[in-house]
Design a protein around this ligand. Structure first.
Ligand code: ARG
Length: 473
């Protein structure tokens, strides 16, 4: 029942019998077919399957395993099938189980017995490993370029608002003022690492399993380098068992996808928070909000909420495939057919999320006034006061921290913010404090002072924006 690379198909399968039905006399139960069939989802591998078959046929001809006439017939049949698939007229049929046998069955209808030679020196085991690997490789490339677009969108927004002060938070409590541009640039860094994870995974997965055949390799004089090169791989895989049994390329891509979705989820959550009337830091247009069916005043950030939630699907897919693979003995088992749906779903969700996030980032408009007011609230420049005491009075930081705490307490009692605390009040804490201290107590001054590499000073933010623009150009 397993595909054998060395057994040339002698006769077409009799009507009503599966392609592998030579040793079978009965037909499978309907339930057997129901649980076995995968064409409903693996039809998404059609392009990869056709490309793989075309490269395989060319290699079989070049190595003398099949004749030029047979190869020509196979290539023209594959071209017809490609056209049918593109036109939406290809007959996907459940009775042929999966994409591989659907293509082969159609090829036989189109070109006759020569179709039976295509599967020489090949098995569905290396075929599916190849198709799926190519699909995941393309998904990594698509995702990588989507991440790049999102980064470019973030960069443009960050540049526009490189000096717009806003509160920086820890524990979601106002901590120190930062700029909106700096905050957005934090995500440019995260997405940059995400893109590099996909790129790394791509390098590792870029080996062709074609030619491993069922599991042990092939007795035919095949040229695995030739098919690997034709299909854009760096080299053929080096162990035939590993070739058909491994799915860690998909796991690695799903792990990268889950991490990326986690970053998207955090940014989405911030959009939700910033959009609340209580914060009022940003506005999203009607393009990315929805109304309520009962409360006419509402504008809800549904797209952001859905991006926030999608990571559940992504982690679900990663978990699903990990559990499928865990404990499977080498080599191929049908369990592995369950690799596709979670992977397809994960990348569908991630690609939609990346696109929606890029749309929202382009769409959002920050409210500089609201952010500036919030940036000054909550004694957010207390650290600047402490730093001033250290720098100007040569005070140990611990003492400065203590005195600043007392200043905050006094400001709280008087119901004022730090920049409005009278000098006499500060001088009761330390007589050496002068009027000059007020220069560091505004959010703008605080932000401008943080010129250390990677800090929030607008000049630093603009330098990082420039670096990223050069990198992404
Ligand atoms: N549809 C199968 C899958 O997705 C193809 C490989 C079948 N191989 C086999 N030995 N039954 O895994």
């Amino acid at each position: 029942m397993t595909d054998s690379s060395s057994a040339p198909p002698a006769r077409p399968a009799p009507a009503g019998q599966a392609m592998w039905g030579g040793r079978f006399s009965g037909k499978p139960a309907e339930l057997m077919q129901a649980i076995n069939v995968s064409i409903g989802f693996d039809r998404r591998l059609a392009d990869q399957d056709l490309a793989g078959s075309s490269a395989h046929a060319a290699m079989l001809r070049k190595t003398g395993v099949i004749s030029s006439e047979d190869e020509a017939a196979i290539q023209s049949g594959l071209a017809t099938i490609t056209a049918e698939i593109n036109a939406g007229t290809f007959p996907f049929r459940e009775e042929f189980e999966d994409i591989h046998m659907n293509v082969e069955a159609r090829l036989r209808e189109l070109i006759g017995p020569a179709a039976g030679r295509l599967h020489t020196a090949r098995s569905r085991n290396d075929q599916v490993a190849l198709d799926f690997r190519m699909w995941v490789r393309e998904a990594c490339d698509r995702t990588g370029s989507q991440i790049r677009s999102l980064q470019i969108t973030l960069l443009a927004k960050a540049e526009l608002h490189a000096d717009a002060v806003m509160p920086g938070f820890t524990h979601l409590q106002p901590a120190q003022p930062v700029t909106f541009g700096h905050h957005l640039m934090a995500y440019v860094e995260m997405f940059g690492r995400d893109a590099s994870r996909f790129a790394d995974a791509r390098v590792r997965m870029n080996e062709s399993p074609l030619g491993a055949a069922a599991l042990a390799g092939s007795p035919f004089p095949i040229d695995r380098d030739m098919t690997a090169t034709a299909l854009g791989f760096g080299r053929p895989t080096a162990n035939s068992l590993d070739s058909v049994a491994d799915r860690d390329f998909a796991l690695e891509a799903l792990a990268a996808a889950t991490i990326c979705a986690t970053h998207l989820s955090r940014l989405a959550e911030e959009i939700v928070i910033w959009m609340t009337p209580q914060f009022g830091f940003i506005r999203l247009s009607d393009a990315f909000t929805t109304g309520s069916s009962i409360m006419p005043q509402k504008k809800n950030p549904d797209a952001a909420e859905l991006v926030r939630a999608k990571v559940g699907r992504l982690l679900g897919s990663f978990t699903q495939l990990t559990v499928v693979m865990k404990g499977l003995p080498l080599t191929y088992s049908k369990d592995m057919q369950e690799d596709k749906v979670p992977t397809f779903e994960a990348f569908d969700a991630l690609e939609l999320s990346l696109a929606a996030m890029a749309g929202m980032i382009a769409d959002l408009e920050p409210d500089h006034d609201r952010m500036a007011v919030a940036a000054g609230a909550g004694y957010s420049t207390a650290t600047d006061l402490a730093d001033w005491l250290v720098r100007t009075l040569n005070m140990p930081f611990r003492d400065a921290h203590h005195i600043t705490g007392a200043a905050v307490k006094r400001a709280e009692a008087l119901g004022v913010n730090l920049p409005d605390l009278p000098l006499v009040e500060l001088q009761t804490l330390d007589a050496r404090i002068t009027q000059a201290v007020y220069d560091v107590l505004t959010p703008e001054a605080s932000v401008a002072s943080r010129t250390s590499y990677g800090g929030t000073a607008p000049a630093q933010v603009l330098a990082q924006i420039k670096r990223w623009k050069d990198t992404l150009a």
